[in-house]
Design a protein around this ligand. Structure first.
Ligand code: SF4
Ligand code: SF4
Length: 119
């Protein structure tokens, strides 16, 4: 059993280009969809993403759909808390692969990090 964790200085999920996420309407409310689209900036990156530090500039007040927690994933994707880690790890791998590449240093760091969490 692997435990989900966020890779510091990654930010792959802050690449919001809606063309890569055609099912947004399935898990966002109309108001959230509007907020999401208002955050899409240059080259599909979130306008709140600090590219130098690869960090969120509004971390404490980021929207619900940016929060990777068992509660938000159950609400948005109907994922049971028992399946949260596996689902969230898959989401991160898809996002990191799509943004940085399957062979990227970020992907290697991510998979190494979640491997370390294995009991
Ligand atoms: S893609 Fe995953 S590891 Fe990367 S910043 Fe987002 S939550 Fe963290
Ligand atoms: S609000 Fe923050 S966490 Fe959410 S996509 Fe933008 S930079 Fe990333």
């Amino acid at each position: 059993m692997q435990t989900w964790q966020c890779l510091p200085n990654c930010g792959a999920c802050c690449h919001l280009d809606p063309r890569d996420r055609p099912d947004l309407e399935m898990y966002l409310s109309p108001a959230e969809l509007q907020q999401y689209l208002s955050m899409v900036g240059e080259a599909g990156w979130c306008i709140h993403f600090d590219h130098t530090q690869r960090q969120c500039q509004i971390y404490d007040t980021r929207p619900r759909f940016c929060r990777v927690t068992p509660d938000t994933f159950e609400q948005m994707y109907a994922v049971s808390p028992a399946d949260f880690d596996k689902f969230a790890i898959n989401c991160c791998c898809e996002q990191i692969s799509g943004v940085y590449g399957q062979q990227s240093e970020e992907m290697q760091r991510y998979t190494a990090g979640v491997q370390e969490e294995m009991p």
